[in-house]
Design a binder for this molecule. Sequence first.
Ligand code: 5AD
Ligand code: SF4
Length: 500
Amino acid sequence: MSPRDKTASRDSRSSTKTARKSTVLDIGRPVTAAASKPRPATHLNVEAPTIAKPRITPGKNTKSVFIKTYGCQMNVYDSERMADVLAPIGYAAVDKPDDADLVILNTCHIREKAAEKVYSELGRIRQHKERNKPDMKVAVAGCVAQAEGAEIKRRAPVVDMVLGPQTYHKLPEMIARVSRETGDVLETEFDTIEKFDALPAGRQAKGYSAFLTVQEGCDKFCTFCVVPYTRGAEVSRPVEQIVAEARSLASQGVREITLIGQNVDAYHADGPDGAEWGLGELIRHVAKIGGIDRLRFTTSHPRDMDDGLIETLSTEPKLMPYLHLPIQAGSDRVLHAMNRGHSYAHYRDLIAKVRAARPDIALSGDFIVGFPGETDEDFEATMNCVREIGYASSFSFKYSTRPGTPGATLPHQVPEAVKSERLKRLQDLLYTQQREWNESLIGKTLDVLVEGHAKEPGRLFGRSPYLTGTHFDGPDDLIGQIVPVTITSAGVNSLVGALV
Ligand code: 5AD
Ligand code: SF4
């Protein structure tokens, strides 16, 4: 995903253009996962599972851990932090499970398909362990762990540890308990503050663009969503902790930070000036850190977008012109049934304010089709919303029934065939808009943060200010730099350009 050679970037920065067999059950939220169709490359969500990269080189006395991440950017962040917690006790992250002493699946529970993938993977791991690596330890982390707890161990006895998202700092202790074979342990921690206090202050950066969790949890309880149950209540991290982590990233060559949270715009904490800070103040503060050239934030909720944050979009030059603001549905009736707490008119007015503040903003959204009771007319309201707002990127899903959520027991569940037909029509429209947006950039010169090599030899890959993946020819020493690229052609998911 990202290059590892930091030396080049640091040097060139100034020239930049711009038991028994023990089972530990430690349960301690979201996840944004895969759309049912081709995934727009311009979005921060991740579709393919990602693998945490090596932090220390495996040697004779080290053990190895393979961490596979499913779902959203918060899981990507959490996996990196798990690797940080494990490094001091001698675990080197490896990118294949084959010889790993410890395999961690950091899981996603947002839709049924996402959760089921974990069990298929555990089946493969069991076979591998039995045939090749009998002493391998297996952990399930993340939102499936939180939601299903001991059920995981029942369905997949290969699992040694089950750990929820708020318990990663306890990994060393849990590994010790499994190794000592002291018996089954069930821990149901749910303390976000403790987790952040206990994680190491320093952080091993990977590449030039990093996620930084500033807020976790959700109090919104949308009737379709598992997140409030798996990640807990909304909690904001203290400003100083965030700044220390951002500085540590900057000192390792990171140039772009995306502040993440399930409801990132609900961020609020005491600022160093004694006043209560929102996300706008936090962004302006982090922007002062030398070496950080670009900031982003995601995911926002329409109910929490305040004027201060919108103003920051216009006044903070390091804040990139990209906003992911999910609406889910265009019909007020469906929005109400979803417990979204806002109307379509409110969303439309917010977008008008955002566009007044930052006319070139690239808008992104999440959509669900086939929520229980959604009529043809309701679905047309979603289509009209998309036509009226206009999106540069999007995520769209068929409603997936999640046990335990209010939506699961609602009457008038929509037949699968109707959901599929609606999703197709919606995605045809969204992808057309996405292509048009990308084509509107042809001829423009955009600052691209070069993240690494593209698949084709001699080609580089980076991200435009609008988060669009951009390919162009150039030398390796541009990796880690922000360079001007004139866009020559555009597809649905990416741009091609020429270095200026
Ligand atoms: N079914 C389908 N999509 C869902 N999402 C969350 N829960 C569900 C569900 N039960 C989608 C929403 C959310 C994104 C992260 O995942 O669009 O914004
Ligand atoms: Fe889920 Fe709604 Fe919270 Fe987003 S705001 S995490 S969709 S409950």
